[in-house]
Design a protein around this ligand. Structure first.
Ligand code: FAD
Length: 289
């Protein structure tokens, strides 16, 4: 296997075009597992860690552009105030070693339904910026991931960054696993409150072939908040409405039975996560935490 190590973004795109089948690698926390278990044997590895452009993030008009090479550790340290949901999700990833090496670009590249960085991106309508020597395009994250470990990235393209609005209100992330660390989600959920737009974003992970938005539940809870003037009054939410909200999120799932949990357990647990995450975020909005 040949090892390609471009020193700039332009060189990386040229190498991607010149060496079909080259496997991009950043932290290697997914790629090396595949190689070590002999599940994949690409002719070339395209190491991106010398491409400094991929490590950058910046903000413009309250929108962030975050380079594909930003690690979980940096998301926690540098982005917590702007993207609290992503920071909470990042804290649940692996161990300190994995958070130091693993990147959000790599989580997008792997496109696992259990990827912890993905629900916060879906819940805030993030877009993935992909590029080739021919140009750049931006794809909504929900259109970028097309199935379990499948995405629309072409053979000559690389992930450059993702674009996401800065949080305009509380955000939450919650995950079920058999222990507190080094755990792939049995199911997980990201939730975003958008007080200025009176909107709520909810994305469920590990309970369907891809992460997905729970649209009916979003519309239900948005209706309750508006009809009862709760955004303005900072009022508390009725327990029955909260229970109905959890049921709707559970009903939106399309999980499988596997070694980590049954489909029925996942649908139930997602409903519990939804109620909890909403309560935490709403309490924070009301100034209660
Ligand atoms: C012990 C352990 C624990 C883990 N725990 C978790 C966890 O709790 N939650 C979780 O979500 N994941 C977990 N993972 C999986 C992994 O850490 C994450 O998916 C991580 O985000 C991968 O990032 P990376 O930079 O290491 O990607 P890599 O392994 O380098 O790459 C992953 C994929 O993305 C592609 N890729 C990377 N960068 C680019 C780019 N710029 N353009 C195009 N393609 C690209 C690669 O070709 C590959 O297909 C764990 C892994 C291990 C080994």
């Amino acid at each position: 296997m040949e090892f390609l190590q471009p020193g700039s973004w332009r060189e990386a795109l040229e190498a991607r075009a010149a060496y079909p089948g080259a496997k991009p690698i950043w932290g290697g926390t997914d790629v090396m597992v595949e190689l070590n278990f002999d599940r994949e044997r690409p002719p070339y590895l395209l190491d991106l860690t010398r491409v400094l452009e991929l490590k950058e993030w910046w903000t413009e008009d309250r929108r962030l552009r975050v380079g594909a090479g930003v690690t979980y550790a940096r998301a926690i340290e540098e982005l917590e105030d702007r993207l609290p949901g992503l920071a909470i999700a990042s804290r649940t990833v692996g161990s300190p070693q994995i958070r130091n090496r693993g990147t959000i670009g790599g989580n997008l590249g792997s496109s696992s339904p259990a990827g912890d960085a993905l629900p916060p991106l879906y819940a805030s309508d993030a877009e993935v910026e992909v590029a080739s020597t021919g140009g750049t395009r931006r794809v909504p994250v929900a259109a970028f991931i097309t199935g379990p470990k499948k995405n629309v990235l072409r053979e000559d393209e690389l992930i450059a960054a993702f674009h996401i609005p800065e949080a305009e209100g509380p955000q939450q992330y919650s995950k079920v696993g058999p222990r507190n660390a080094m755990v792939i989600a049995v199911c997980c959920l990201g939730l975003t409150l958008h007080p200025e737009r009176r909107k709520v974003g909810i994305c469920v992970g590990s309970a369907g072939p891809t992460p997905f938005r729970a649209i009916e539940a979003e519309q239900f809870i948005e209706g309750v908040l508006v009809e009862e003037d709760l955004w303005e009054s900072y009022g508390s939410i009725d327990e029955r409405a909260l229970a109905r909200f959890g049921t709707l999120v559970g009903e939106a799932t399309n999980p499988i039975d596997d070694i980590r949990g049954s489909a029925a357990y996942r649908a139930h647990a997602v409903g519990v996560l939804a109620r909890r995450a909403f309560s935490w975020a709403w309490d924070e909005y009301r100034g209660g935490s």
